[in-house]
Every structure is written in structure tokens, then in C-alpha cells.
Unconditional design. Structure first.
Length: 604
């Protein structure tokens, strides 16, 4: 999704913060960027398609010591990534500037109405209707009143900031679903899409709720409804260290986040296991509620959906509770049938995924309790769900998810073990083994030099197939997504037993097939499937559990140690992530910011 930053101060120059804040939001994905500086003598805008390095060249000529400004990194939705379509956008007089995340669903009707009244549009974006509406509703003399009037005309999920050269000591902000936070400083205040933009300056922040309007000046933050009714939002203290959002010597954020997974696994498990039992009160779901659960519906998107597939198998095998996993963008438009005792579980890294949020809201409308598995504290999903458990992965900057995914797996494992214990099916041995995963992961990451050799070969391929059974199939789905996301190689995941139902027709000499073999009960079956692809000329790559013995017919292999097959997914995910990472590196791709993708998808 796009990134928003804003700064208003007594004396300090806005520009350095705007550029630094936008750089910290690069991980969200973007294809153009721009800033606007507001002063009494007018608004100055610089914007360009492409990366922030290009914008930096343009802003070098701007006047200094302008203490109010807004900035934006855009991911194209309406209109191609061009200089004209980059944000900020202005009204006809050049007095008002706005930046905007999300989508204005009725922008075409509004645009036609405004053009009929004489307004001139310079872009293809939905965003540009906002400054023209503000001009139409008196924004040249009363920016706050104009925002209130204009916002009533907008439909969609969005957040925007507005500044005026007639009132250059304030920024007016509105949040309608898309995330927006206010950072509280001394003699200056900040606005951003998330905390990382201002964490080096302040840890005190206010999270705007859906429907909030904030008027931010150097000395004051006033929050109301868009009708002007005062609101009291709590000030929170963000406990992230800014170094967590920096590369720490690694060439890419993705590699840093892969390598730090054993540490964040310890964070995810901390305080949640005691005396070989899951500490249920740390799971965010009251035992009185959990004991009434008869069925779980998991909703998620992308990588979180793949984590949900693993969670389904763990919960069903350990707690014997039936679980369905559904893509959130499908679930939200379905007509779900909820049986008594159903719990809707939503999984998300950011807690701002539009389709997942819509699914939770649908469940609420139908009177079904909701439970969030989320990383981002204070996110919309965390606040709107009835119950929440945090994964404690810390800030994840690279667009392709790694540590957020594996901490989701660990929390889902804890949940499955906790539910099993509540139902008299406890597995203290498995709970104890769970605590060994950080050490196992650390050891494995120190022994994966062979992955680079495999990746160098894979980087020259056109297609790759991933196969597995049970938990391994769910993991194969995540593996193929990673290689597509960052290396741009066509990849598909198949249940190994489905190969002979059509997929074998695609196997030819040299086709790489990555086989994941950790499900010991069906290992012989998967090995037979490897023989099938080898017979058609495939080059077989195996991620294998050391406990599975015998002759496994693969050309390349990575052996993992896992105390129990039910705990294998997080461990086996490490070589899959590194395989995708190094393949992308050998292909010369932009690993942290893959094309056409964004970290948090806050639009449909």
C-alpha cells in the first residue's frame, strides 16, 4: 500500500523528516513519490515516478526552513505510475494540497460534477477529487470545515492529509479504514501510515480510529469525528527499537529478517509455555470462550492464508476441532453459514488487510465472535476483533513475509496445543519440544550454504514446481509464493498425490521440482512421487527430515532436524525462504521491494 507522512512544527524544517519518513515506508511498496511544503507565500510541490532517489534530486533545490509539509509514496491503482499521477495533488488555485491512501469508490461521479463546475483536473487518479472538493467547500478560508463537508461526499476505504498555504500551521487528517497514526513531539508533531516513519523522533503516538479527523498543529492534536464531535483517543508508547527497522549490516531487509527468526521465535514463545503446558491466559482467548468452540473458520490472505492451512491441520490433529480456511477476498462476498459454536479467526501481519478486515466485520454483523492472530499492535484488526493474540515478530520491512509467517505458525501451534489441553488431549511432550525450535533454527541457518548453490542453478530456470503432502503441501504453497514474489519465476505448488492427474504433463528434462518430505507417515508416498517426476527428466530438490531414512532420489537436498513432524513447518520454511532470496539475488532483482506488490494491502 502507499505511504503517508506529515510534519508540522514551530521552527524545524519539514523536508528532512518527510524524506526520512518516506524512506522508512519504502517497504510498503510504491512506484512514485512526492512532497508538498506549505508556507504563507504558497505551496511548493515536487513529485516523480520511480524511486525516492529521483525525488531527492528534485527536492535539493527547494527552499529550506518550511515547517509544514506532507509526503507520499504511491502504489498505482487509478492511473499509471507517472509524474502527473504521483501525489500530492492540488486544487485549481494551488492553495490546497493533499496526499491519500486507499480508494475513492465514487471518484468518477465526483470528478464529472466538479468538471461541470469549472474545475481542471491534471491526473487520472481518484485522489485528485479531494483537493478540488476542498476548494469547492470553502477550503481557501476554512480548511477544517471544508474537510468535514468534503469527507461526507466520499465513499471508500481511505486516509488523507490536507494542507493549505492560507493556514500553513496545521495539517488536517482523516482516517476511513486505511491506517493513520499521529506522533507526538515537542513543538512539532508528525503523521504517518505507521509508527516506523517517526520512531527515531518520538515513541508517543495516537492511533486514529475509523472515522476520526485530526487537526494537527505544532503544539496541539485535536481529534474529532468528521462531524466535529470531540473524541478522546489514548496515547500509546511504542516499544520498538528503531534499529529493528534498519538493516543492521545485511544487504537486504529480507535476509536480515530471515536470519533473526530464531530470536523472534523466542519472543513469540516467551511466557506462553510453563510446566510443559500452554499458558492459556497468554493466548488472548478466554478459556470460557475456547471451551465453547465447536468449529473454526480461518480467514486470511496471501502468506497468512498459507499459515492458516498449517493451523487447520494442527488444530484438527491435536484438538479434533473442525477448521475451514478461506481466502478473505472470497469469504467477504460469500453467504457463510455459521453453526452454533463457530469462531472466526483472522490472520494478518499488518492487521490492515482490507479483505480480512471486511471478513471480520461480516462475522460481527452475523453475531459470530472473532479472534485475531496479528503482529501489529494497535492495528485495525487488533482493535476490531473480539479477541487478539500477538505474534511478536517485530517490524517486518521486506515486502515478502518471512518472520511474520513463521511466528504465525508458532502461535497457531501454541493455540492448537492449548485447545487440545482444554479438551483433555494435552501433548506435554510436544509443548516441550516447541521450546527447542529457536535453537534448532539457529543451528540450521548456520548450515545452509548449499542453498546458495541450489539458488544459482534455479535462477536460470523458467519454471519450478513444489510438491508435498499434508503439512508439507501447505508449506509448498508458501515456498512457491516466495519464489514468484521476489524472483519472478513461474512456480506452482501441488499436492504430491495429484501429479498424475495432469501436472506430470508439464514435467520435462531439467524441470526443477522441490519436494518437501517431513510428514513421516506418508514419506514413502511422497518418495514415490519424486520417482515419478525423475522418470520424466525432472531435477529433484529435496527438503528432508533427517528421521526419514532410505534412498531418497533427489539431485540436491537440504536435511533438517525436527523433534516431531507437527513442528516441522517453521523449520522447513527457513531453507525455502533462503532459496527464494538467493535466487532473486542471482537474478539481480530488487529483493525487498518486488514489482507490483505492497507490504500491506489495504484496498481490494
Amino acid at each position: 500500500m502507499c505511504g503517508i507522512v506529515g510534519f508540522v512544527g514551530d521552527q524545524d524544517d519539514a523536508l528532512p523528516f518527510l524524506m526520512a519518513g518516506l524512506k522508512r515506508l519504502e517497504y510498503r511498496g510504491y512506484d512514485s513519490a512526492g512532497i508538498a511544503l506549505a508556507a504563507h507565500d504558497g505551496i511548493v510541490i515536487q513529485k516523480t515516478r520511480g524511486r525516492l532517489a529521483q525525488l531527492e534530486k528534485r527536492v535539493a533545490t527547494l527552499p529550506g526552513h518550511v515547517p509544514c509539509g506532507i509526503g507520499h509514496t504511491r502504489w498505482a491503482t487509478h492511473g499509471r505510475p507517472t509524474d502527473e499521477n504521483a501525489h500530492p495533488h492540488m486544487d485549481c488555485t494551488g492553495t490546497i494540497a493533499t496526499v491519500h491512501n486507499g480508494i475513492i469508490e465514487n471518484f468518477q461521479d465526483l470528478k464529472e460534477e466538479l468538471i461541470a463546475k469549472g474545475h481542471r483536473f491534471l491526473s487520472d487518479t481518484d485522489t485528485e477529487v479531494i483537493p478540488h472538493l476542498l476548494e469547492e467547500y470553502g477550503g481557501l478560508t476554512d480548511l477544517v470545515g471544508a474537510v468535514q463537508a468534503a469527507e461526507a461526499r466520499l465513499r471508500g476505504a481511505y486516509a488523507f492529509l490536507a494542507v493549505s498555504s492560507h493556514e500553513p500551521d496545521k495539517i488536517v487528517a482523516v482516517r476511513r479504514s486505511s491506517p493513520l497514526v499521529v506522533g507526538l513531539g515537542e513543538g512539532q508533531n508528525y503523521l504517518a501510515s505507521d509508527f516506523s516513519a517517526f520512531l527515531d523522533l518520538t515513541r508517543r503516538a495516537i492511533v486514529l480510529e475509523n472515522g476520526d479527523m485530526a487537526v494537527v498543529t505544532p503544539q496541539n492534536v485535536s481529534i474529532t469525528t468528521t462531524h466535529g464531535e470531540p473524541l478522546n483517543r489514548p496515547v500509546m508508547v511504542v516499544d520498538w527499537d528503531i534499529s529493528q527497522a534498519e538493516r543492521g549490516g545485511y544487504p537486504h531487509f529480507m535476509l536480515k529478517e530471515i536470519m533473526e527468526q530464531p530470536d523472534v521465535w523466542s519472543d513469540a514463545l516467551l511466557g506462553r509455555v510453563q510446566n510443559q503446558r500452554v499458558v492459556w491466559r497468554e493466548m488472548g482467548l478466554p478459556a470460557s470462550v475456547a471451551e465453547t468452540v465447536r468449529r473454526i473458520r480461518i480467514v486470511a490472505a496471501g502468506t497468512a492464508y498459507h499459515a492458516g492451512l498449517v493451523g487447520k491441520m494442527l488444530i484438527e490433529r491435536l484438538a479434533r476441532i473442525p477448521v475451514e480456511v478461506e481466502v478473505a477476498s472470497e469469504f467477504r462476498y460469500s453467504t457463510p453459514i455459521f453453526e452454533p459454536g463457530t469462531l472466526v479467526m483472522a490472520i494478518s501481519q499488518s492487521g490492515e488487510t482490507a479483505d480480512t478486515l471486511a471478513s471480520v466485520r461480516l462475522a460481527h454483523e452475523l453475531g459470530v465472535p472473532t479472534y485475531a492472530v496479528v503482529n501489529q499492535v494497535g492495528s485495525t484488526l487488533a482493535r476490531e476483533s473480539d479477541y487478539v493474540v500477538y505474534t511478536h515478530a517485530g517490524p517486518e520491512i521486506a515486502v515478502a513475509s518471512t518472520k511474520a509467517y513463521t511466528t504465525q505458525l508458532l502461535v497457531l501451534t501454541l493455540l492448537a496445543l492449548g485447545l487440545a489441553d482444554l479438551k483433555g488431549r494435552g501433548r506435554p511432550d510436544l509443548v516441550q519440544h516447541l521450546l527447542s525450535l529457536p535453537h534448532i533454527g539457529q543451528t540450521l541457518l548456520g548450515q545452509l550454504e548449499s542453498v546458495r548453490q541450489m539458488a544459482e542453478s534455479l535462477s536460470l530456470k523458467r519454471d519450478v514446481f513444489y510438491i508435498g503432502r499434508g503439512l508439507d503441501y501447505a508449506l509448498a504453497m508458501e515456498g512457491q509464493l516466495k519464489i514468484k514474489e521476489i524472483a519472478y519465476i513461474h512456480a506452482e505448488a501441488y499436492a504430491a498425490g495429484e501429479l498424475k492427474h495432469g501436472t506430470l504433463a508439464l514435467i520435462e528434462d531439467g524441470t526443477p521440482v522441490v519436494a518437501i518430505v517431513t510428514e513421516r507417515d506418508v514419506a514413502e508416498k511422497t518418495i514415490s512421487n519424486i520417482l515419478e517426476v525423475k522418470a520424466r527428466g525432472a531435477e529433484a530438490w529435496g527438503i528432508l527430515d533427517r528421521q526419514i531414512t532410505g534412498d531418497i532420489p533427489v539431485d540436491h537436498q537440504i536435511v533438517i532436524d525436527t523433534p516431531d513432524p507437527l513442528l516441522a513447518p517453521a523449520i522447513a520454511a527457513l531453507p525455502l525462504q533462503l532459496l527464494a532470496y538467493w535466487t532473486a539475488v542471482f537474478r539481480g532483482e530488487d529483493v525487498d521491494k518486488p514489482r507490483n506488490l505492497a507490504k500491506s494491502v489495504t484496498v481490494e
